[in-house]
Write a protein that binds this ligand. Sequence first.
Ligand SMILES: *[C@@H]1O[C@H](CO)[C@@H](O)[C@H](O)[C@H]1NC(C)=O
Ligand SMILES: *[C@@H]1O[C@H](CO)[C@@H](O)[C@H](O)[C@H]1NC(C)=O
Length: 596
Amino acid sequence: MFLLKSLSAAIVLSAACVALPATERVDFKSSVVEKLKGPPVGWVKDEAAKLDKDATSVTLKIHLVNQDMDKFHELAMNIATPGHALYGNHMSQDAILSMIAPKKESSELVMQWLANEMSSSEAKVTLKGDYVTVLASVNTVEKLLDAEYSTFVRPGTSEKTLRTLQYSLPDVLKGHVDMVQPTTFFGLKSLRSTISEVHPIEDEEEDEEFSIEAVAAVTGCTGTRITPTCLSNLYNFASAKVQTVGLLGIAGFLEEYAIKADFTTFLNSYAITAFNNKAKSFTCAVVNGGTCPSSPPGVEANLDVQYAGSISTSVPNTYYSTAGRGQWLGSGTNTNEPYLEFLNYMLALPDASLPNTLSISYGDDEATVPLAYATNACNLFSQLGARGVSILVSSGDSGVGDTCTVNGKAQFTTAFPAACPWVTTVGGTTGNSPEAAWSGGGGGFSEIFGRPSYQNATVSNWLATDTTHTAVTKYFNASGRAYPDISAQATNFIIVAGGSASGVSGTSCSAPTTAGIIQLLNSGRIAAGKKGLGFLNPWLYNTASTGFTDIKSGKITGCSGQISGAGFSAVAGWDPATGLGTPNYGSLLTFATSTA
Ligand SMILES: *[C@@H]1O[C@H](CO)[C@@H](O)[C@H](O)[C@H]1NC(C)=O
Ligand SMILES: *[C@@H]1O[C@H](CO)[C@@H](O)[C@H](O)[C@H]1NC(C)=O
């Protein structure tokens, strides 16, 4: 069994692995570990799809249970808590892995199981860090997991995926394996608002949804749309110092391509003059076999790079083009699970290549994400935070939910990864007289993750004193992680896509806006010889909470009339509509400068 000694060695199954002394023979009897009643809302089985299960291969990722995750989380929280002796002592990936590495017994058992079930000609097996990866045909994987893979589509989009509604694992692997993907997780949507898609500028006169009133009052806004200049006046960063150090990252999925020519056109028309960054570009990094073509433009991708890029002055930006849907169709190539691939790619980057800030505008209903998946992805976010990355995530565009039924019960629904306690979740606002909660902005209380310590006092206070939610208390779990943490404008942003200007809405606008602002703080700290802010939330809630403009009007809604009064109101202090409020860069800079 010499092959099992090194945790990071690539291992190919061999006969030597299979032959076990009779006394060590393990019973690999399996039971169902995950079973969905049907695909998540929005997905349907593509009955017409012809899938050659021998010719199509799957890259299966078997995740080994990490040890000491609670201890690591405590450490990650201390690293992010100003005043703690460990504040800012961001960790290397090696240090994290050596702390949480799975038991040797876990990898040994999995390797024995695989050797028992498959021959080396059927599968290529590798062991790296806390994953065992199996590259095999759909047929082989179906036999291994007692699963049945089918093609599922999201009607009205070009999204296609190969997933199974259930899978089984040997009972003996309980406590050793906590997730196998791709299986039951269907994927995250782009959060660019579906209520206001792309509207050509010239059509807006006739378009009621694109009424200009909402933004006409924004300080310094002369046009009819939100622009970077508008935001710089609203959020007090118009006279921010131009920064050149550090790196701002923008996550990209679903074949959303960020187009450099559009970025240039955008900056030529809408760059903040004082920032003098019209000549700026961005780097496109490929993840998981992604590509960086010069067309077609992704509206989400262009929105994200154009706002994060124009606001972050001259700081370099990287767009991570992550492949992973549909590409297996017809060609018989791999299918895999892009979100975990992305997070693992980021974690594997050397310290010097990691962004200081990461903007993510993708998400889905928390209820459609299998528990094991949500827990694993959230753990990966905690690791990225401990590496020193500030992560900004859109809160969602469905208010307190679209359908509001969970397990047959009327309930507000929450979003993932917005509800993960290890990211900073950004809600939506609109207008400026006063700036108010945007009705579609996501907010609420996680059904999976408990309330983290950094927000305990703040959220307890809201629960005890707010009178606007008393009629709806039975529709959410008050002990869950509450979000959003902060918020920013979410409607009528002007973007350039395919050479022409158009308008978009959604909390997809809010995440890159705040990511750009946070990167200015991170770059300022790095230029002054300090560490970046890393995981932000303990700092936000307990040091810098007054660095935000409290939003006290408007309400997030949802549930399509199914629950009367559904939603949360923006009130004085933190609330689950707009969090701590919208950023005041000048004020946040004072806190970022005085924090050790
Ligand atoms: C409420 O959330 C907490 C923390 O996540 C969880 O432990 C508890 O089971 C949830 N209660 C209900 C009734 O869902
Ligand atoms: C959370 O906050 C409440 C109210 O301030 C307090 O009573 C409670 O002890 C806190 N819990 C933790 C774990 O700090």
